[in-house]
Design a protein around this ligand. Structure first.
Ligand code: CP
Ligand code: NVA
Length: 299
């Protein structure tokens, strides 16, 4: 089974991986070495801190050998076709995990490999992030019936959170500037997979999204690869900054989430990022537990 789209796990698989993530967080030793001898390839077309390190540590804890592949050496789709890279790596590795610009390259790879292909972030989704997001929210309150407000760009992180959140019974409200809302295709996919009671709302009004929410989530305004739009976006997204005034419109015990890296002073102020109810570093830690659970589920 692949994990290219967050929905690939199915409802039962997603719930199983989240339960397992909580379990391996508490009992780290129980699964230590349980995948000894297997090899996981990690490939990055874009920079990474959390994903690279948490995945390497998770794999090593399970006794797997992590191999980090250099993008300029592999030349995915340039030095040789994406499919041929997949076919070759499939002969050496037990898991292929890729961070790519073009989501379609993951789909192409998954079509020709026997080994599971894991999406470590693409232009469309960041499914491993969504696992950690939901794990962190579940540490605060049950996912069924929870409400998350995602403020900012309807991007890869937003897409995976929307789909996975609704699968788990969590309502997701998105507030984006006009033109930066999640696509109608993603919203329809999220609705189609929703557990009863969970809904998706898309608005241009951040206060409307945040009011009464259990968690407020934001991400950078310009994702990797959009650096040339950063200045223009900084102007247009400023009304969507998560500052104390906005955060305080959520529930009194609401938590703050961010996938990181954060551009402090842009999408989030220091006061919110460092707020006692900010869970951003738990969330970063959970990337490791969630990835370990995913590896256990897929291998
Ligand atoms: N959240 C996340 O994926 O971080 P990195 O880009 O540092 O891996
Ligand atoms: N949306 C961001 C997430 C980084 C983890 C990006 O794609 O750059």
């Amino acid at each position: 089974m692949d994990f290219v789209n967050v929905a690939d796990l199915g409802h039962e698989g997603l719930a199983t991986v989240l339960d397992l993530a909580a379990e391996v967080k508490t009992n780290r030793e129980d699964v230590a070495g349980s995948r000894a001898g297997q090899r996981v390839g990690l490939f990055f077309e874009k920079p990474s801190t959390r994903t690279r390190v948490s995945c390497e540590v998770a794999a090593a804890d399970l006794g797997m050998v992590p191999l980090v592949l250099k993008q300029d050496e592999v030349g995915l789709g340039k030095r040789e076709s994406v499919e041929d890279v997949g076919r070759v790596l499939d002969r050496y590795l037990d898991v292929l995990a890729f961070r790519v610009f073009d989501h379609d390259n993951l789909v192409k790879m998954a079509a020709v490999t026997a080994a599971p292909v894991i999406n470590l972030l693409s232009d469309r989704e960041h499914p491993c992030q969504a696992l950690a997001d939901l794990q962190t929210l579940a540490e605060h309150r049950p996912l069924q019936g929870a409400t998350v407000a995602f403020i900012g760009d309807g991007n890869n992180v937003c897409n995976s959170l929307l789909i996975a959140g609704l699968m788990m019974g969590t309502t997701v409200r998105v507030a984006s500037p006009p033109g930066n809302e999640p696509s109608t295709e993603i919203v329809a996919l999220a609705r189609a997979g929703a557990t009863a009671g969970a809904e998706v709302f898309v608005t241009n009004d951040p206060a409307e999204a945040v009011t009464g929410a259990d968690a407020v989530y934001t991400d950078v305004w310009a994702s990797m690869g959009q650096e040339d739009e950063a200045a223009e976006r900084r102007q247009r997204f400023m009304p969507y900054q998560v500052n104390e005034a906005l955060f305080h419109q959520a529930k009194d015990d609401a938590i703050f989430l961010h996938c990181l890296p954060a551009h402090r002073g842009e999408e989030v102020t220091d006061a919110v990022a460092d707020h006692p109810r900010s869970r951003i570093f738990d969330q970063a830690e959970n990337r490791m537990h969630a990835f370990k659970a995913l590896l256990l589920h897929l291998t």
